[in-house]
Design a protein around this ligand. Sequence first.
Ligand code: FAD
Length: 288
Amino acid sequence: MSAPRVSFEFFPPQSIAASFRLWDTVQTLAPLDPSFVSVTYGAGGTTRKLTHDAVATIGKNYGLNVAAHLTCVEATRAETLEIVEGYAAAGVTEIVALRGDPPKGADGFTPARDGFASSVELIEALAATGKFNIRVGAYPDQHPEAATAQADVDYLKRKIDAGASAAITQFFFEAETFFRFRDRCVAAGIDAPIIPGIFPIENWTKARNFALRCGTKVPAWLDEAFAAATRDGREELLSIALATEMCTELREGGVEDLHFYTLNKPELTREVCAALGVSPKAALSEVA
Ligand code: FAD
């Protein structure tokens, strides 16, 4: 089997120490020749400028194809479109368009006054500019706000029809979850690529809590596996083995692209990529 195409998600740094970690992560993973990398947008739009700066700097310094995440939270349409114009002016052509999570402490999503009320509205506005390749989020385990699993698929169809070219999924723990979701998408007439989001687990307790907040189902066998691995000090080995195994199953099921949630820690992602045959590509000029 050939190596998959990979892409990586980063988050914008909020301190000097975090900046060093981000650059270390980019430097470690850029040689793996990702098809794109993306930079998240803090909940509630809190990293508006940092996201922009990280996107522009990574693009300029590493020549990578960088996608900026953008959400509808706490911004008017005019403010959001101003950010969008800033990206276009900086030569950014890729956006991951999301409704967004509300700021900490808020009780669910409330559209800002004069703001985009949904991801579909944001996607329509982005598509109308004709300047961006738009990717969107998708939820194999069902988004916590979705009435049913089918409602999620129907909503994804609306997002693709509004102008998105591909979807990146929330992380999940079993390949079968992705395959069932992909089947439902195909049945609903979605023909855009659906890229699985892969989360190599650095810390099981944190990952588990995060999963529960996102609606990602936690299988009992995973709890047991991590309990045993933690006892033996083999958490990292287990994480690499599990992510590699799941990615291999996805590849065998016809998946060509894998998107890694790096959390700005490159080691596990690099190990999983290596196990999948994704090796650094050095330019001839660098080795000659
Ligand atoms: P949507 O697809 O718009 O909504 C999620 C589900 O809720 C839908 O599938 C549908 O079932 C239901 N729903 C929502 N609105 C409606 C409606 N109007 N009518 C009917 N049903 C509706 N969050 C951030 O804050 N910053 C980020 O950078 C970020 N990056 C992400 C990247 C990826 C790949 C993913 C998968 C998620 C990311 N998130 C991010 C989290 C995301 O913002 C949250 O999951 C949010 O709650 C939903 O955003 P969405 O655009 O994916 O949802």
